[in-house]
Design a protein around this ligand. Structure first.
Ligand SMILES: NC(=O)c1ccc[n+]([C@@H]2O[C@H](COP(=O)([O-])OP(=O)(O)OC[C@H]3O[C@@H](n4cnc5c(N)ncnc54)[C@H](OP(=O)(O)O)[C@@H]3O)[C@@H](O)[C@H]2O)c1
Length: 348
């Protein structure tokens, strides 16, 4: 079976700039996809990530070419065979240029490079898979990375308190909530840090032992180092918040820097690194994990999902609601995740 065309015209949320530089974004026909190696997936659902919110505004750091269909995560069925996978196999595809250098998942069909495609775990529906997507891969990568870089021996010799919790920031967001659940599942105590107390019950149900505002979670002194409060931290916010966290991580502890929702500058000192041996570990879920590693991570997400399902707020939206959700995400007003169902509009 080849990558044959469907009877109905494919469409998606297409972002472009007019000749005057003004943003143009609407549901429309898909831009040409020139890569002959790509394989067609009939889209059932697409995850909505912070990167997608940036792509919806044609942010040049994400939308590397225009016109572009955003959507770095997608799940659906293969229209043709791909390697060992037969036509019709339910798959997920993440990163590898989708929604950045080539059109992504906010569409009825997507043409993905074979390296991006992995069979969807059996217990995950398309919506469940996309409720996690890159946010879930990132959360699990961060937990694994911190476990491997925390200096447990140094901790013991410094007699630091091993039972200190991990801090998760931006905890009301997609990555934040998944990181809370993944960290708790790994057996660590979690302090979920959020500016929105309205999501406290959700975070506690996902496994947080406490929910605190940034002001409660961090001291208000301005010292380069303050009393150790956390053994590890997963930070989705960046900027000053990340700098504050580094001041209160215990000797031998580590911080995973994941995001920049709150800023890109890092106004810190070298003291956490040279006086406490703290590690600052970067996570790049889009490019870092190999296809084999992504298979392993998806198997872990399949284990995580039953613990989150029913608690994790997942909103299902159509293509017409994409712009509105992107704006809400950019202003930090959302809680949980949105999943785009491209067929929701088409079938109206
Ligand atoms: N490194 C990677 O591979 C990777 C992968 C996926 C995502 N990311 C990044 O991780 C970050 C979170 O992604 P996400 O999908 O979880 O986004 P999201 O769902 O929009 O969550 C972001 C959260 O950040 C918090 N926040 C704090 N200050 C903010 C501000 N000034 N503006 C907006 N939000 C602010 C908010 O939580 P509270 O209100 O609870 O504080 C917000 O809910 C993004 O920067 C994204 O680009 C990186």
């Amino acid at each position: 079976m080849g990558n044959q065309k469907k009877d109905t015209e494919p469409c998606g949320w297409v972002v472009n700039r007019g000749s005057d530089g003004e943003l143009e974004a609407a549901v429309g026909p898909l831009p040409e996809n020139l890569d002959s190696q790509s394989v067609c997936i009939d889209v059932e659902a697409a995850g909505f990530n912070y990167k997608d919110a940036l792509a919806c505004e044609a942010h040049p750091g994400i939308a590397r070419k225009l016109p572009l269909v955003p959507g770095i995560d997608v799940s659906g069925r293969l229209r043709s065979s791909c390697g060992d996978y037969a036509a019709g196999t339910p798959v997920v595809a993440t990163g590898n240029g989708l929604g950045e250098t080539m059109s992504g998942g906010f569409a009825t069909e997507v043409w993905a490079p074979p390296v991006a495609i992995i069979k969807r775990p059996q217990n995950l529906s398309a919506v469940a898979a996309m409720a996690m997507g890159t946010a879930g891969l990132t959360a699990i990568l961060a937990v694994e990375r911190l476990r491997s870089v925390i200096d447990w021996d140094y901790q013991a010799r410094q007699q630091s308190d091993k039972s200190l919790p991990w801090l998760i920031t931006g905890a009301s967001g997609g990555v934040g909530m998944l990181a809370v659940a993944a960290t708790a599942l790994a057996g660590f105590q979690v302090v979920a840090c959020t500016r929105k107390k309205t999501v406290s019950d959700v975070l506690l149900s996902l496994g947080a032992s406490a929910v605190q505002s940034p002001e409660e979670a961090l001291p208000d002194d301005k010292k380069p180092l303050s009393s150790a409060r956390y053994l590890g931290a997963i930070d989705t916010v960046g900027g000053e918040l990340l700098a504050h966290i580094l001041r209160v991580v215990a000797a031998g502890g580590a911080v995973a820097s994941i995001g920049n929702a709150g800023g890109v500058m890092l106004p810190t000192t070298v003291y956490p690194f040279i006086l406490r041996g703290v590690t600052l570990a970067g996570i790049d879920a889009a490019e870092l994990p190999s296809r084999e590693k992504r298979k392993e991570l998806w198997a872990k997400l399949a284990v995580l999902w039953p613990l989150m399902s029913g608690v994790f707020p997942v909103r299902q939206i159509g293509l017409q609601e994409v712009a509105d959700w992107a704006a809400k995400m950019r202003s930090g007003r959302i809680g949980g995740r949105a999943v785009v169902l491209p067929q929701k509009e088409v079938r109206k």
